[in-house]
Design a protein around this ligand. Structure first.
Ligand code: F6P
Length: 546
C-alpha cells in the first residue's frame, strides 16, 4: 500500500477554497435564499430513503464544485476502492479495513490476503442466529435450568457504545420480556448497579472485547464471574451456561474459562469502533432477533453501495464530509452538534463521538508529518427537544459557529396525541431560526424597548443539515450508521490521516498500569512522577489510610 506524499494545503482545490472562502464568508443565508427561491429544493439529495436538505449551509454552487474537486484531488476514488478492495489502508497497524464485508449479502466477495471473508462472516452470523434463537425461545437455559431473562453486555469503547446505541435505537423492535444491561466503566458502580436486581440463575453475560485484554472489560468480567460463582457455591460448571464471549482472541477467551464453542468471532480487519455489526452486535441480535438484525445489516450494505457508486456531488457521505471540512478548515469551527429529534436515538451522539474522534482526532499524516490544518472537530449532542432548553442558547446567540446535523423521522414509533407534529415542528423551526435569525428591524417592529433590542436580535447565518427519513427501522439505523462511518472515512482521506488506528489512547493506559501498584502497595512507594501526580497519589493513599 503506497503512502500519499501530498500536502493538503498545497492542493489547487484547497487554495481555490481559501480564496473562495474569503469571497463568500460574509454572505448571509438570508441573501442566498432570497436570490434563489429554488435553493431549498435544489440543495437537497435523496438516497436510500434518506433525504438530506443541505440548503441551510453557507455555500454556493461554486463551493460545492470546489469541494468536490478537493475530494478528487485527494484521491478519494482510489482510496475508497482500496478500502473496499481489502487493501491494508490502516497503515500503522498494517491491517485491512473491511467493516463493509460484515454486512455483505451471502455470496458477495470481499478479499483479505487472497481469501474471500464473506463466507466466514456468514458462518458467524449463522452461529449468532442459532444462539439468539435458543436464548430468545428459552431453549438455552442457565445452570439451574431456568431460561435466560437478563442479558448483560460487558465491553467498552467500540465493544459497548455501538451495542448500547443500537439497543436503545431499536428498543421498539426488541423482546420486552428480556432485560438488557451494559457494563463498561471500570468504576465498580457500573457493574454493581447493572446486576443489583438481577437473578444470577437467569442472567447471561456477553464479554465483548476484540482483544480480550482491555483492563476495564476484564475487571468487570472477573467481577461478573465472582458474582455468578458466589450464587452457585463456586461451582465453575455454571460459567459455561452464563458466559459467552465475542472476541478475536480465542486463546484469552479460553484462559478466562469461557468455552470457545460459546465464542463468537470477528477479525483484525474490523476496527473496534466499526464493529457494532460484527459479532459485537450479539446483544443487538438477542434483543431484536436475527431477522431484524439482517435488516439492520442490509441497511448498512445499501448505504455502502450508495457510497461506493454515487458520484461525489450526489453522494450523501461525501457531501456531508465535504461540508464538515468546509466549516472545520475554512470557517475554523471547532465542533459539530448532532441533534436527533428521535428519543430512541438518545445514545447516537455518544456513539458518534468514538466513531468520529477516535478515528480522526489526529495530528500526524499517514506519512508521519505534522498536519498544518485542523482535523476532527468535537462531535456532541443531545436529542431534541431537550437540547433546546439547555445549550441551544449558545447555538443561536453564542460567539461560536457550531454546524448542526438534525436527524428526524416523519413517523413516530409511538404515535400518541400531538407529540410527533410538535417534535418535528421544533426540528424545522430550530433549523429555520439558526439560518435566518431575527433582524433588528423585525425586533423593533414588535415594539421592543430599545435597550432590549440587541438581546432579542438573532444574527442567524448558523449552518445546519437536516436528515429526514420516514421511520426509524433497523434498516434505516444501518443506513444512518454507515452514513457516518463513510463521512469519517472521507474526512480521513482528505486530511490524509490514518482513521483506523488509535495510538492516542495508549499512553494513559500505560501510565495507569504503572500507578496501580503505587496506590495499593503496603509500603510507601518510591514516586518518580511530576510533583502534581506524586502529591495526588500521596493524598489518595492518606485518604485510604495507606
Ligand atoms: O479505546 C481504545 C480501544 O482500543 C477502542 O478502539 C476499542 O473500541 C476499545 O478500546 C475496546 O477494545 P476491546 O474491544 O479490545 O476491549
Amino acid at each position: 500500500m503506497a503512502t500519499f506524499p501530498r500536502q493538503l494545503s498545497e492542493l489547487p482545490a484547497w487554495k481555490s477554497l481559501e480564496a473562495h472562502h474569503r469571497a463568500i464568508q460574509d454572505l448571509h443565508l438570508r441573501e442566498l435564499f432570497a436570490k434563489d427561491p429554488t435553493r431549498g429544493q435544489r440543495m437537497a439529495l435523496e438516497a436510500e430513503g434518506l433525504y438530506l436538505d443541505y440548503s441551510k449551509n453557507r455555500v454556493t454552487d461554486e463551493t460545492i464544485r470546489l469541494l468536490v474537486q478537493l475530494a478528487e484531488q485527494s484521491d478519494l476514488a482510489s482510496r475508497t476502492q482500496a478500502m473496499f478492495g481489502g487493501e491494508k489502508i490502516n497503515l500503522t497497524e498494517n491491517r485491512a479495513v473491511l467493516h463493509v464485508a460484515l454486512r455483505a449479502p451471502r455470496g458477495a466477495s470481499f478479499v483479505v490476503d487472497g481469501v474471500n471473508v464473506v463466507p466466514q462472516v456468514h458462518a458467524v452470523l449463522d452461529k449468532m442466529a442459532g444462539f439468539a434463537n435458543r436464548v430468545r425461545s428459552g431453549d438455552w437455559t442457565g445452570h439451574t435450568g431456568r431460561p435466560i431473562r437478563n442479558i448483560v453486555n460487558i465491553g467498552i469503547g467500540g465493544s459497548d457504545l455501538g451495542p448500547v446505541m443500537a439497543y436503545e435505537a431499536l428498543r421498539h423492535y426488541s423482546d420486552r420480556t428480556k432485560v438488557f444491561r451494559f457494563v463498561s466503566n471500570v468504576d465498580g458502580t457500573d457493574f454493581c448497579e447493572a446486576v443489583q436486581d438481577l437473578d444470577p440463575s437467569e442472567t447471561l453475560f456477553i464479554v465483548s472485547s476484540k482483544t480480550f485484554t482491555t483492563q476495564e472489560t476484564m475487571t468487570n468480567a472477573h467481577s461478573a464471574r465472582a458474582w455468578l460463582l458466589g450464587a452457585f457455591g463456586q461451582d465453575k460448571a455454571a460459567v459455561a451456561r452464563h458466559f459467552v464471549a465475542v472476541s478475536t482472541n480465542a486463546g484469552k477467551v479460553a484462559e478466562f474459562g469461557i468455552d470457545t464453542a460459546n465464542m463468537f468471532e470477528f477479525w483484525d480487519w474490523v476496527g473496534g469502533r466499526y464493529s457494532m455489526d460484527s459479532a459485537i452486535g450479539l446483544s443487538t441480535m438477542l434483543a431484536i432477533g436475527p431477522e431484524n438484525y439482517r435488516s439492520l445489516l442490509d441497511g448498512f450494505h445499501a448505504m455502502d453501495e450508495h457510497f461506493r457508486t454515487a458520484p461525489a456531488g450526489q453522494n450523501l457521505p461525501v457531501l456531508l464530509a465535504l461540508l464538515s471540512i468546509w466549516y472545520a478548515n475554512f470557517f475554523g469551527t471547532d465542533s459539530v452538534a448532532v441533534l436527533p429529534y428521535e428519543q430512541y436515538l438518545k445514545r447516537f451522539p455518544a456513539y458518534l463521538q468514538q466513531l468520529t474522534m477516535e478515528s480522526n482526532g489526529k495530528y500526524v499524516t499517514v506519512d508521519g508529518r505534522h498536519v498544518n490544518y485542523d482535523t476532527s472537530p468535537v462531535y456532541w449532542g443531545e436529542p431534541g427537544t431537550n437540547g433546546q432548553h439547555s445549550f441551544y442558547q449558545l447555538l443561536h446567540q453564542g460567539t461560536r459557529i457550531i454546524p448542526c446535523d438534525f436527524i428526524a423521522f416523519a413517523e413516530s414509533l409511538n404515535p400518541v396525541g400531538p407529540h410527533h407534529d410538535l417534535l418535528l415542528a421544533n426540528a424545522f423551526a430550530q433549523a429555520e431560526a439558526l439560518a435566518f435569525g431575527k433582524t433588528r428591524a423585525e425586533v423593533e417592529s414588535e415594539g421592543t424597548p430599545g435597550w432590549l433590542v440587541p438581546h432579542r436580535v438573532f444574527e442567524g447565518n448558523r449552518p445546519s443539515n437536516m436528515l429526514l427519513a420516514r421511520r426509524l427501522t433497523p434498516d434505516m439505523l444501518g443506513k444512518l450508521v454507515a452514513l457516518y462511518e463513510h463521512i469519517v472515512f472521507v474526512q480521513g482521506v482528505i486530511w490524509n490521516i490514518d482513521s483506523f488506528d488509535q495510538w492516542g489512547v495508549e499512553l494513559g493506559k500505560v501510565l495507569a498500569q504503572r500507578i496501580v501498584p503505587e496506590l495499593t502497595s503496603d509500603q510507601p512507594p518510591d514516586l518518580r512522577h511530576d510533583s502534581s501526580t506524586n502529591c495526588l497519589i500521596r493524598r489518595y493513599r492518606t485518604l485510604r489510610g495507606r
